[in-house]
Unconditional design. Sequence first.
Length: 197
Amino acid sequence: MTDKELAVDDALTGEVVPSLDRLVEEWKAAEAAAENATWAKADVALAAAPTEDNYGLIKEFAERVGVPHNTIRQYRMVARNWPQECGRPHSFSIAVIFNALDDRYELVASKDYTVIEARELVRSRRQPPPLPSPAPAPTPGNRDDDEETRRARQAWRNVCQAAEAVTALPVPAFGNSEKQMMIRQLEAALAQLREMQ
C-alpha cells in the first residue's frame, strides 16, 4: 500500500488524514499488541505462583505489581489452562470465556470467535440445575407442626427462592465460576434439608 492509499484528503478541512482502512489496520495491530501483553502477564503470574495453594505469594506478587490479587489469580488460572503448546486463542478474553469448557481447545481451533459469539455459545450450553419443589403449604392436618418442622419448611422455601434467583443471574465473562460456586452451595444446602425430612 502506498502512502496515497493510506491517506485521504478531508473534504472539509483539506488536510490529509489516514484512510479508514489504515485506521482499521492500526486498531487491529494495537488490539493484537494488547492481547499479547495480557498473555505475557498471565504467563508471568503463573511463573510467580505456580500453585494455587500459596495464597500469600499470590497476594504479595499482586501488591508488588499493583494489581488486585483476584486478577492475578484469574491470569494464573487462564495461563495454566491454556498452555502455549495447546493452541491459545489470540484473544485473552476468549480464553477467559472458554476457560471452564472441556472442549475449549477444539472450539478455538475450529473458529476465530468474537467475544459476543463466545459468550452466546457458553450461555447456550448452560443448563440450570433443576429447581427444588417448594415445601407444601400447611394443611389443616399439619398446622400443629412443631417449631422445628416450621423452621425446616421456611428454610426450604428460602432455598427455593435463592435457587431461582441464582439461576436467573446473567453469566458475565468473569462471573461464571462464582455462579457455579453459588449453585454448588445451594445444592449442598438442599441436601442438608432433604436429610432433615
